[in-house]
Each structure stands twice: as C-alpha cells, then as structure tokens.
Design a protein around this ligand. Structure first.
Ligand code: NAD
Length: 485
C-alpha cells in the first residue's frame, strides 16, 4: 500500500561526516503530482561545501579507504547494495514524492537496478589494476592506477536514485570519497542513500550530500580546490557553465553527461509492431524526461502513415496518476515552468505549420501533466526538432533514401543515442557506423541490465562515460613509474 506525502519523514538537511547538518531553509520542494509544497531545503554555502569536502578528506585519511584491501571496499559496497534493496519501499517513496517517478516503478526498477549497479562496480575494486610495461632491460616501468581523492558529483532530477548511484558507486569502488549535490527539486532519496551507506559500514564522511542549487552550491563544488574531479549529469547549458567555471577556478578533470535529441530511424522493412513498441518506450516513460529519449522519429515515407496511426493510438490511452498512487499512471512533468516550456515549443511548431497528430495540451487533471504528443510535418529547423524538449513530445519526419535518413538523423550539436529499425542486417551494420552517437540501439530502445555497456554522449551530449569499465577507470588516474635497476 502506497504511503501518502503527509506520512513521509522528509529530511531537509545536509548529510556530512555521517550526520545530518541543519541549515537555513531557503528553497521550496514541490510535488509535481499535485503542486503542494512538501518542505523547504537549505542552499549549501561555500562554507558548508568546504565543511563537506573537509569531511571527505578526513574520512579518506582516517579510514584508509583507498588503501584498504580492495576486497574490503567490495564487501562494504555489497552491504550498501543489500541495504538499499531492503529499504526499497522507503527509498521509492522518498523518490516518488517530489519527482516524476511512480513509486512502484522506483521500487521495482530504479532501486533494484541501482543496487545491481553498485554490486557491478564493487566487483571492479579487486580486478582492475595497473600495467607492467615493456622498457629497456636496465629498468622496470609500470603504470600505477590510483583514486583521485574527492569526487564532486552533481546530479539532475529525472532519475534521482539512479543518478546518485551512477555517480557514487564507481567513485567509492575506485577508492574515492564523494560530495554529492542532488537536484534541489529531488533531494530526499540521495540523502537516504547516504545514510544507508554509513549503516552499511562505509566509513562516515566518504559519502556526503549537500543540498542546494546551481547558482551557489553547484559552483562552490566545481570550483573547490579540494575537489579532485567533477562528475556532472544535467543539461548541456549547465555542463558548459561548469566547464567555464572550472577553467577559471583551477583546472580539474571532469565527466559530463549532458542532454540529447536522439533520432529513431525507421526503414520500411522494420517489424512495425515491435518498432511502435520501441518508439513508445523511447519517448513516453517518465513523460519523456530522460536524456536518451528518442524524440525525433525519422521514418521511410511508405510506412509513415501506418506508423503514425499506430503510435497515435498508443499515445492516446495513457492516463495520469499521482506518483504515489497504488497503480502507476502517466508521469507528471517536473514543474509548471517546464510544462509551459514544453507547450510553448509544441504550439510554436503548430503555428509554423506542423500537424498535431495527438496531444498538444496538458491533461485535465490536478498537477503538472502533459499529454503524449506527436507532431508531423515539422521542418528540420523547427525548435521542436532541434531543441531538447524533455517532455512526452515526438516529432515525425520522413525520408526516401538511406543518405537522407542519415542527414536528418545527424543533429548539429547533440550525439547521445540513436535508434535504428530494420530487418536488413547489412544495412544495420552499415548505419551503426554512420550514426553519430555514443550509443546505437538496433531493433530495441533503452538500456538493458548489461551494465558493462558504457553510456555517454558524443559532441555536446557529453565528455566521458557513466556505467561500464570506463566509469570505474574514470574515477582513477594513472601514474607512470620508471625505476632503474
Ligand atoms: P540542470 O542542468 O538544470 O541541473 C542538473 C544539476 O546541476 C542540478 O543539481 C543543478 O542544481 C545543477 N546545476 C545547474 N547549474 C549549475 C552550475 N552552473 N554549476 C553547477 N551545478 C549546476 O539539469 P536538470 O534539469 O536537472 O536535468 C535535465 C537534464 O539532464 C537534461 O538536459 C538531460 O538530458 C540531462 N541528463 C543527462 C543524462 C545523461 O546520462 N547524459 C542523464 C540524465 C539527465
């Protein structure tokens, strides 16, 4: 039975050195499902961030985390994953209350997969090392691998548990401490994950969570001299601001997972039912608020009408529900501001001559809910096609030849993912090479539980990878050692 927002204990404090630290409440946290103000959270000042970084440094020193037998780190992380699973219900409620995630999806999906990913990274700790390299006979050369120290992590609101896991798990497995700032809109689940890390026996101070915004707290993390590496997931706009800020305040390495505007290229030999399933799954979960959303459907002319019809029928059946409802429904848009932005882009496209196949308006329901929307006859220059909408809105463009399809698929700036639908194996192999994206899915759409596959964008969609071996090695740096014998 799902718990209502009023039944939840919402912590609105930072979590530093293993304890909650109260601070002046400044920002409202709003439930997008019905618009209620849940609580007010503090905005960590530079001094508070300093305190968290100092706690992280101290914990690294006293716990010897980086120098532990790697198996000991693995064991502690496994215990953390176990506790996260055991607390799935509470975590899911803390997630659902302020975000777009339905409680049952969070409990059976996000929490379970996050625990799995923590275990995945835990297992790298005693398996990934350095290299002995060939040198002249008179010397011994090796490349040592060491943790950075303190990772400054900043996460978005769209999958708060998953994003906190993606940032913290590889960092801790690789021997680092973390100062994490969750989104100011969705702070509660990450705080509880940090509390669980201490209960699991991960030394207090290795996981610190500071609450705050992107104006004061975010830059205080990215510019802090005690932060050795920045790991950011969020918009391309904020990613660019972080690059600039880091460049001005002292160079440090960074991983940036940014926005996308991914194409779904459908050829006329594709299995139409399977493709319609994938297209729907590529844009409607979480009301389209996911970075890899396949928001640009690019379809071969002969099947365009049939596919649009199928999709419109699928789009029309969704009904909204509060994220804490017993039966999950269509997800809310995170805020009224974001809903107005989505609607503005849709209405501008229609005013330019695009055809609304379905949707194009908010649901007649309390809370911030927008109808699944499909738009045809959009021009390549329309903001509906060029901008990341981050809502349940897909555009439909048609092509005749493979070259035309590739031209439409290539976004001038983004390159996060691409979907390709065809039964022709040669074409699939040929085009996976031409698609400009960090991930290409063929005859499917969306991540699997193969956590070994790294995820990350090309071009303005990001730098570096989350998940996979890459995410572990990205949390360590190499040292070349040459010893004359
Ligand atoms: P956002 O960029 O507005 O905020 C993300 C986080 O960065 C928040 O915690 C925010 O407080 C902080 N922030 C904002 N400006 C900052 C600054 N100048 N310095 C430091 N921190 C700053 O993004 P959002 O609206 O929370 O999330 C949606 C975006 O995230 C979308 O663009 C989506 O594509 C992207 N995203 C990408 C991935 C990926 O793996 N590539 C995954 C999830 C979300």
């Amino acid at each position: 039975m799902s718990r209502r927002p009023d039944d939840l204990m919402l912590r609105a404090a930072h979590f530093i050195a293993g304890t909650y630290v109260e601070d002046t409440p400044q920002l409202d946290v709003i439930a997008p499902s019905d618009g209620r103000v849940l609580t007010r959270i503090p905005v960590a000042s530079a001094a508070m961030v300093d305190r968290a970084v100092a706690a992280a440094r101290a914990a690294l020193g006293t716990s010897g985390w980086a120098g532990l037998t790697p198996r000991d780190r693995t064991r502690a992380l496994h215990r953390w994953a176990d506790l996260i699973e055991a607390e799935a219900d509470t975590l899911a409620h803390l997630e659902a209350v302020c975000s777009s995630r339905p409680v049952s999806h969070a409990a059976t999906g996000d929490v379970v997969v996050t625990a799995e990913q923590i275990r995945f990274f835990a297992e790298f700790a005693d398996k990934e090392g350095g290299d002995l390299v060939p040198t002249g006979a008179g010397s011994l050369g090796f490349i040592a691998s060491e943790p950075y120290g303190v990772i400054g992590a900043i996460a978005p609101w769209n999958f708060p548990i998953s994003m906190a896991g993606w940032k913290m798990a590889p960092a801790l497995a690789a021997g680092n401490a973390v100062v994490l700032k969750p989104s100011e809109m969705t702070p509660f689940s990450a705080l509880y994950m940090a509390e669980l890390s201490v209960r699991a026996g991960i030394p207090a101070g290795l996981v610190n969570v500071v609450l705050g915004d992107g104006v004061t707290t975010g830059p205080a993390i990215t510019g802090h001299p005690g932060i050795d590496k920045v790991s950011f997931t969020g918009s391309t706009r904020a990613g660019a601001a972080i690059m600039e800020h880091v460049a001005r305040t002292g160079i440090k390495p960074m991983t940036l997972e940014l926005g996308g505007k991914s194409p779904m290229v459908v050829f006329d030999d594709a299995d139409l039912d399977l493709t319609a399933d994938c297209l729907e799954r590529g844009i409607l979960p979480n009301a389209g608020q996911f970075c890899v959303a396949g928001s640009r459907i690019i379809v071969q002319r002969g099947i365009a009408d049939a596919l649009a019809e199928r999709l419109a029928a699928r789009f029309a059946v969704h009904r909204p529900a509060a994220t804490w409802a017993d039966q999950p429904g269509f997800c809310p848009i995170i805020s009224e501001t974001q809903l107005a932005r989505i609607d503005g882009i849709v209405q501008a496209a229609v005013a330019e001559g695009a055809r609304l196949v379905t949707g194009g308006a908010r649901f007649d329901h309390p809370g911030s809910f927008y109808r699944p929307t499909l738009i045809r006859d959009v021009t390549a220059a329309s903001p509906a096609v060029t901008q990341e909408i981050f809502g349940p809105v897909a555009t439909f463009q048609t092509f005749d030849t493979e070259d035309e399809a590739m031209e439409l698929a290539a976004h001038p700036t983004y390159g996060l993912c691409a979907g390709l639908f065809t039964r022709d194996l040669s074409r699939a192999l040929r085009l996976t090479r031409r698609l400009q994206a960090g991930t290409v899915w063929v005859n499917r759409y969306g991540r699997s539980r193969d956590h070994i596959l790294p995820t990350g964008g090309w071009k303005a969609s990001g730098l570096g990878k989350d998940l996979g071996r890459e995410a572990y090695t990205a949390n360590r740096r190499t040292k070349s050692v040459l010893i004359d014998i």
